[in-house]
Design a protein around this ligand. Structure first.
Ligand SMILES: [Zn+2]
Length: 386
C-alpha cells in the first residue's frame, strides 16, 4: 500500500547505474550490470540512466533489512490504535479514523510527545503489548525486515497499570510470536523516558536489570531533549555498560550538536538516535566517521515532527558524504504513516541515492545491529555487493 501511495505522488525514480536487480529465491537480490558508482565515503552520483519503476520497488522490497530505531507504541497501526481507543474512550485519543489521522498532524516535537503519551495510555495490559509486537512484526515483514531492535519504555507501561513481571512476560510472548508468525527476530532497547525527569533513569535501569528479557541488547534515552541534559543519566548508562548492554541514546533530533557530543562523551553512545544537528558541526561529523558511530536516520519522522523542513532538506547526504555510517529507520511508523521500504524509496526518489547506495544503507544497518554474528553474516550475504 505504501509503495502505491508513493508511486502516485512522486516522479518516476532514476538509478545512477546501468543494470537490473533480481530477487533471489533465498530472499536476497542480485545485481547484473555496471559496478556501483558511489565511492567510499558514499557520494551521490549523477543520474545517467533510468530503470523501470518496478525494478526499484522490487530491489528495495527484496533487500533483507534490519530496523534499529522503532518505538513500540509509535509503531501501532491506525486500526490497532482505533481498537484500543474505543476500549478507552476517556483517554483523549480519537475513536474514528479521520479524526485520528488529523490527531497525528504534529505542530512540533512537543506536540508529538503529547500525542505519544496519550496513545501510550491506551496500552494497559500485557496482552496489549503482545498485540502491538505482533502487529509491528507483521508490518515489518511486509518491508522484508528480518531483525528489529524495538525501543520499549518500561516505566511508561508500568505507569499505565501493567505489572512489572507482566510486561516482561508480554515481551517474551510477543518475541516468540513475531518469529513464529512473521519470521522477524525482535530485540529490545529499553529507553529512559526523559519527559519523566532525572529519576526515570534509575527507575528504568532497575526494571531492565531485574527482568532483562531475552533479546535485551541496549539501554536508550528518548523523549524531549530540551531541558533534559544527557548528563542526567550518566550513572545509568555506565551501569548498563558494566552489565553488558549497548548504549543508544537519542540526541541532536531537536537540539544542537552539543547534545550529540554529550551523548558520546557523557553516555558512551555507540549509535545516535537521529543526530540531525551533527550536520552543523564538521568536527563532529569527522569524529562520527572516524569512530564509525552510526546515525539512525528517520527521514519521515524528522519532517513530521518538524525537526527538518522537508525530505530534500534532510542532512543525510551530508552525513554520507562525510563518511558517517547511516542506517534508515521509521521511528514511529504508525504515527508517521510510513514503513521501511518507503524510507528507502524516499532516499532514492527525493534525495537521489542510487541503488548501490541503497544497498549500502542496508549493509550499514546490518553492521550496526547488535544481532548475532551468524545472523549478521547471513544478512550481509544476501545484500548485493557495493
Ligand atoms: Zn525515536
Amino acid at each position: 500500500m505504501a509503495l502505491a501511495r508513493l508511486c502516485a505522488c512522486v516522479p518516476p525514480p532514476a538509478l545512477a547505474c546501468h543494470g537490473r536487480f533480481t530477487p533471489t529465491t533465498t530472499g536476497g537480490v542480485t545485481w547484473t550490470g555496471s559496478p556501483r558508482l558511489a565511492g567510499s565515503p558514499m557520494t551521490v552520483t549523477p543520474v545517467d540512466s533510468r530503470l523501470e519503476v518496478d525494478s526499484v520497488h522490487d530491489f528495495v522490497s527484496a533487500l533483507p533489512k534490519v530496523e534499529l530505531h522503532v518505538h513500540l507504541v509509535g509503531s501501532a497501526s491506525i486500526d490497532t490504535v482505533l481498537g484500543l481507543a474505543r476500549r478507552h474512550p476517556d483517554r483523549g485519543v480519537p475513536t474514528d479514523e479521520e479524526t485520528l489521522r488529523a490527531f497525528y498532524d504534529f505542530a512540533d516535537f512537543a506536540h508529538f510527545i503529547d500525542v505519544y503519551v496519550a496513545v501510550n495510555s491506551l496500552v494497559t495490559s500485557g496482552e496489549d503489548v503482545t498485540a502491538l509486537l505482533v502487529g509491528l512484526a507483521r508490518d515489518q515483514a511486509a518491508s522484508n525486515v528480518r531483525y528489529s531492535e524495538v525501543t520499549v519504555t518500561p516505566t511508561a507501561h508500568l505507569a499505565s497499570g501493567i505489572e512489572p513481571d507482566e510486561l516482561a512476560e508480554a515481551l517474551a510472548a510477543g518475541r516468540r510470536m513475531a518469529r513464529a508468525e512473521h519470521g522477524v527476530e525482535l530485540a529490545w532497547i529499553f529507553d529512559i523516558d526523559g519527559s519523566r525527569g532525572a529519576a526515570n533513569g534509575p527507575a528504568t535501569l532497575d526494571w531492565v536489570l531485574r527482568y532483562r528479557p531475552e533479546g535485551t541488547v541496549a539501554l536508550g534515552l528518548g523523549g524531549p531533549e530540551i531541558g533534559v541534559p544527557r548528563e542526567w543519566y550518566r550513572a545509568e548508562f555506565a551501569a548498563a555498560r558494566a552489565a553488558g548492554l549497548h548504549l543508544v541514546p537519542h540526541a541532536g533530533e531537536t537540539t544542537g550538536p552539543e547534545t550529540i557530543w554529550a551523548a558520546l562523551r557523557e553516555l558512551g553512545a555507540e549509535r545516535i538516535g537521529h543526530g540531525c544537528s551533527a550536520a552543523e558541526d564538521p568536527s563532529l561529523l569527522a569524529h562520527l566517521a572516524e569512530r564509525g558511530i552510526p546515525l539512525e536516520v528517520c527521514l519521515t519522522s524528522n519532517v513530521r515532527t518538524r525537526a527538518v523542513a522537508s525530505i530534500e532538506d534532510h542532512p543525510i547526504r551530508r552525513f554520507l558524504a562525510a563518511g558517517v555510517p547511516v542506517t534508515l529507520a521509521t521511528d514511529d511508523p504508525g504515527m508517521f504513516h510510513t514503513d521501511l521500504d518507503r524510507e528507502y524509496l524516499l532516499c532514492h526518489q527525493s534525495l537521489g541515492l542510487d541503488a548501490p547506495a541503497l544497498a549500502n544503507l542496508c549493509r550499514t544497518g546490518v553492521r550496526a545491529a547488535f544481532c548475532s554474528p551468524e545472523l549478521r553474516a547471513r544478512l550481509l550475504a544476501a545484500i548485493p555487493p557495493g
